[in-house]
Design a protein around this ligand. Structure first.
Ligand SMILES: Cc1ncc(COP(=O)(O)O)c(C=O)c1O
Length: 360
């Protein structure tokens, strides 16, 4: 079976060269005589992998030198709670821009700790856009503003850095980190599950500023404490060794292929190709408002659900996989992460034209 064009939202397509490198290192990691899944996380060989990954995160993603980089477990979903637990005290305020399901989940967890408030919420509009600056006001007493840079399910994305009105900024960058411009140094804390642009599932990247680290109160449960993770170099407990290794190799692949500038350009081109087709005829019904369209996850509907089912089935037969929309919204979704090549988008557009000709 040939590899299909993989439009999955995550876990998602990885560079073939990285998968091949992984295959070789599963048998023997970097000349150590021991396989990647079998080597001690306390070995010098694996420590070099972690150190390399941390340096590469800073270099490739532009994380400031004085920030702490962590590789944690529990997904971005655990970070919904951990960010609030570590940065917020009971009774303190934190403001949230609620632009989709993941933002709803983030604020729900923060409410367990403090006075978390949705200061902008697009639920009634079925999450078709993100707010522009000036459409919300952060409360005077808010410790931070939290936003979700890219809404994987709805296909909306900020194309500007949300204004925190002079407050601290924290962000869930899970589905567009490393794929679009982002000034990480303007944030006190960012987090991202790796399984879209950075690697496999099971490892979560967190980067936090000295301010954020200093906010962490004493006495938190060890596994939920950023200070513990920082002190032990992400190895308070046994980390996801395979996940960290692949994340490092994906970043090395990025570096070898022009780094962030090249990824940004490639992603804009892919998204431009697909949106041009979606705008060509009224048969396609894009979900997101134009100004909020995501470069990473493109969502659209067809005139009927029957046609959407048919599209998913026939596209799969045409080697295009993962196009079914998230179960909560239906329709179609194409995820265009860094490792997806332009020829996959071209193949999708070719299929769409044929499909519209037969069914439009
Ligand atoms: C933007 C965003 N945040 C959070 C999550 C949840 O991530 P995880 O499954 O790693 O907990 C996802 C998952 O797709 C996501 O897209």
């Amino acid at each position: 079976m040939p590899r299909l064009h993989n439009f999955s939202a995550g876990p998602a397509v990885l560079p073939v060269s990285v998968v091949e490198e992984l295959r070789a290192n599963l048998l023997e990691l970097n000349g150590s005589g021991i396989g990647l899944m079998e080597i001690s996380h306390r070995s010098k060989t694996f420590q070099a992998v972690v150190d390399g990954a941390e340096a590469r995160v800073k270099r490739v993603l532009g994380v400031p030198a004085d920030y702490t980089v962590l590789f944690l477990q529990g997904g971005a979903s655990l970070q919904f709670y951990m960010t609030a637990l570590n940065l917020l005290r009971p009774g303190e305020q934190a403001d949230y821009l609620v632009t989709g399901t993941w933002a709803q989940k983030a604020i729900k967890e923060a409410k367990r700790i403090g006075d978390a408030k949705a200061i902008w919420d697009d639920t009634a509009n079925n999450f078709k856009r993100v707010p522009q600056n000036g459409e919300y006001a952060v409360r005077d007493g808010a410790v931070y503003l939290h936003y979700t840079s890219n809404n994987t399910i709805y296909g909306t994305e900020y194309h500007h850095q949300p204004d925190a009105n002079g407050h601290k900024l924290i962000a869930d960058l899970s589905s567009d980190i490393a794929g679009v411009p982002c000034n990480i140094g303007a944030h006190e804390l960012i987090y991202a599950g790796a399984q879209k642009n950075l690697g496999p599932s099971g490892v979560t990247l967190v980067a936090l500023s000295p301010w954020a680290l200093a906010r962490v109160p004493d006495g938190l449960p060890a596994m939920l404490d950023y200070k513990v993770a920082a002190k032990d170099g992400s190895m308070y407990n046994t980390p996801n060794c395979v996940g960290i290794y692949v994340l490092d190799r994906v970043l090395a692949w990025m570096e070898a292929n022009g780094g962030m500038p090249a990824m940004i350009e490639k992603n804009r081109k892919k998204a431009g190709t697909l949106y041009a087709e979606l705008d060509r005829t009224a048969f396609w019904r894009p979900h997101a408002e134009v100004a909020s369209r995501s470069v990473m996850n493109v969502t659209w509907r067809l005139p009927t659900e029957e046609l959407e089912d048919k599209f998913v089935k026939e596209s799969k037969a045409a080697t295009l996989d993962g196009l079914k929309g998230h179960r909560s919204v239906g329709g179609l979704r194409a995820s265009l992460y860094n490792a997806l090549e332009q020829d996959s988008v071209d193949a999708l557009v070719h299929f769409m034209r044929e499909f519209e000709r037969r069914n439009g």
